[in-house]
Write a protein that binds this ligand. Structure first.
Ligand SMILES: NC(=O)c1ccc[n+]([C@@H]2O[C@H](COP(=O)([O-])OP(=O)(O)OC[C@H]3O[C@@H](n4cnc5c(N)ncnc54)[C@H](O)[C@@H]3O)[C@@H](O)[C@H]2O)c1
Length: 403
């Protein structure tokens, strides 16, 4: 039996429509992200302004937004206080907004009962999760927010996938030795490049839209037949295969060995004619499906580029190395990690808005910070609370079982 999700109440938020100032402001702290390559920040001045207007005290760690081009001065102008050290930042903070999961050391800096919100990537951060449990931290994992209509404004997976899809298309175009659009010039006519997108979820659709805007001929494939309509609505050609692997919650299911073989055959011929291939295929909680074998790469034209967005979860291409660029027979295979961090200004802005919407669930109509998490979005995303890991698969992993 889970312990009741109740702790102390903290007064201090003025919700929209309320009459007066709060007596004790809730302190919201935003640390500088320390993970290598992370350039995003969990809030932006526009959101700070809204939070301070509502009666919150917002503290930003010195330089937290600098690499996303949000200076301390911009935060100060929006009403935030700049903390010169982590200790100063966290002293008395009830809520901590993050992009990535805290490290064990960072968890040790938090006071018992602190609420931490961000991507927690629990299966890769089990030690930090266990420490949050032991230190009685409350952690909400944004990747666990259910994809229901009411939670769309909090869907950080989607906002960051949008940033990743856009950046992947730009990256592909930047490494391609060809123009993407058709050109008719005095120096001759240039044929448009062909871009193939494998996986037409949020990131894939954004990559399609971006490649189309750059003037390429775009083809796309997804195992979910429902994706076909979305692909066509963007003006791209949808590659049909007699497989519809739409599984639980609208996500793709894993294919059977026969289906996988059929898929690879169809994908191979499309890959061979493409100048740029962007792969985004993923199945939640599983290794990414292998769509492009080394043999298929050997059929591609020299100068062709593969951008494998699934690099971090095993790769859609057999030759992908996460964080590395591989060149095989003149074909460049990029395995970028954390692409949203490469477009930090806007990915931070979108992420900050997601957090702003999520935060609204944590206050009741009187502006009191709730400690009884009954809203289904809160219960689904609650990773750790009151000394317990609330997310079943993570709890199983921590106790040595299978998720
Ligand atoms: N609020 C909402 O309702 C909401 C928000 C975002 C996404 N969604 C839906 O969730 C689903 C997945 O979105 P996502 O972008 O997070 O997905 P994802 O990142 O989990 O996967 C990316 C894509 O890869 C595809 N894929 C998986 N295996 C494949 C294979 N073998 N070959 C080709 N493609 C393969 C998936 O179908 C998916 O479209 C979509 O149906 C999307 O419309 C709903």
């Amino acid at each position: 039996m889970s312990a009741p999700i109740i702790a102390q109440e903290v007064k201090g938020i003025i919700p929209a429509g309320s009459n007066g100032p709060a007596t004790m402001p809730v302190v919201v702290a935003v640390p500088k992200e320390l993970a290598p390559g992370e350039q995003r920040v969990a809030t932006v001045p526009e959101v700070v302004q809204k939070l301070t207007k509502s009666g919150h005290e917002v503290r930003i760690e010195h330089d937290a937004g600098t690499s996303a081009y949000y200076s301390d001065d911009l935060f100060i102008a929006a009403g935030a206080k700049i903390a010169s050290s982590r200790t100063e930042l966290l002293n008395g903070a009830q809520i901590v907004l993050r992009v990535q999961s805290p490290t064990v050391d960072e968890v040790d800096q938090l006071a018992e009962g602190t609420i931490v919100i961000g991507f927690m990537n629990a299966t890769h951060n089990l030690e930090a999760v266990a420490r949050m449990r032991d230190r009685k931290i409350t952690a909400f994992a944004l990747e666990l927010v259910p994809r229901i209509t009411r939670a769309q404004s909090m869907d950080a997976l989607s906002s960051q996938a949008t940033a990743a899809g856009y950046t992947a298309a730009i990256l592909g175009a930047g490494h391609c030795p060809k123009f993407l659009p058709m050109l008719t010039t005095a120096a001759g006519t240039i044929r448009p490049a062909t871009v193939l997108i494998l996986g037409a979820g949020v990131a894939g659709l954004m990559a399609i839209a971006t490649a189309k805007r750059l003037g390429a001929i775009v083809e796309a494939y997804d195992v979910r037949r429902a994706a076909g309509e979305q692909v066509r609505s963007l003006g791209a050609r949808f590659l049909e295969l007699e497989i519809n692997a739409e599984g639980e919650g609208g996500y793709a299911r894993e294919l059977t060995p026969e289906e996988k073989e059929k898929e690879q055959q169809m994908v191979s011929s499309a890959v061979a004619r493409a100048d740029i291939v962007i792969t985004t295929a993923a199945i939640p909680g599983r290794k990414a499906p292998l769509l492009i074998t080394g043999k298929t790469v050997a059929t591609m034209r020299p100068g062709a580029v593969i951008v494998d967005l699934a690099a971090e979860s095993g790769g859609n291409c057999e030759l992908t190395r996460p964080g590395k660029t591989v060149i095989e027979n003149g074909v460049m295979i990029l395995g970028p990690q954390n692409l949203p961090a490469q477009i930090p200004f806007h990915s931070s802005q979108m992420y900050a808005k997601n957090l702003q919407s999520f935060l609204a669930l944590l206050f009741d109509k009187d502006g009191t910070l709730v400690r009884e998490f009954t809203d289904e979005i809160l219960t689904a995303s609650l990773l750790v609370h009151a000394g317990e890991v609330r997310h079943g698969p993570t709890r199983d992993l921590l106790s040595g079982g299978k998720p």
